[in-house]
Structures are given as C-alpha cells and as structure tokens.
Design a protein around this ligand. Structure first.
Ligand SMILES: [Zn+2]
Ligand SMILES: [Zn+2]
Length: 72
C-alpha cells in the first residue's frame, strides 16, 4: 500500500544532478508525499537560502547543491 512505501524525508537529495526517486518520500516542509527529487513548495520558498554558482538552482540546504553559495 502507498502509505507503507512512503519514507521519511531524512536524507539529503542532490538536486543539481537528481537521481531517479524510486520511493515516494514525505517533504519535511509541507508534509506531502512526492517522488520528485526537485520538489518545491510554499513553505520552502521562505527558506531558499542557497544558490548553486554552477547551475543556478536554489534550495533550502547547501548540501543539495554541487557548488552552494549562500544567498545574502
Ligand atoms: Zn514540500
Ligand atoms: Zn549545481
């Protein structure tokens, strides 16, 4: 069943070169289940503190980026 396959959002998924997400995970910010590694939601918009100086992606955690740079 779907609920059993949903895993907690406890690892850091790189979004610069995202791997295919096999198992749905629960977003720690909005609580919704998703299979999208580059999932973004309203609660995250307030916490977009890092940008990638290589590819320009923005995210909430530096660990997700290949060349993180803090947005000031
Ligand atoms: Zn979310
Ligand atoms: Zn990047």
């Amino acid at each position: 069943m779907l609920a059993k396959r949903v895993v907690k959002y406890h690892w850091i998924m790189p979004i610069c070169d995202p791997e295919p997400v096999k198992e749905a995970f629960v977003c720690g910010d909005c609580g919704r289940a998703t299979k999208n590694a580059t999932h973004i939601c309203k609660p995250q918009l307030k916490k977009l503190n890092y940008t990638c100086s290589s590819c320009g992606r923005v995210t909430t955690l530096a660990e997700k980026l290949c060349k993180p740079e803090e947005i000031v």
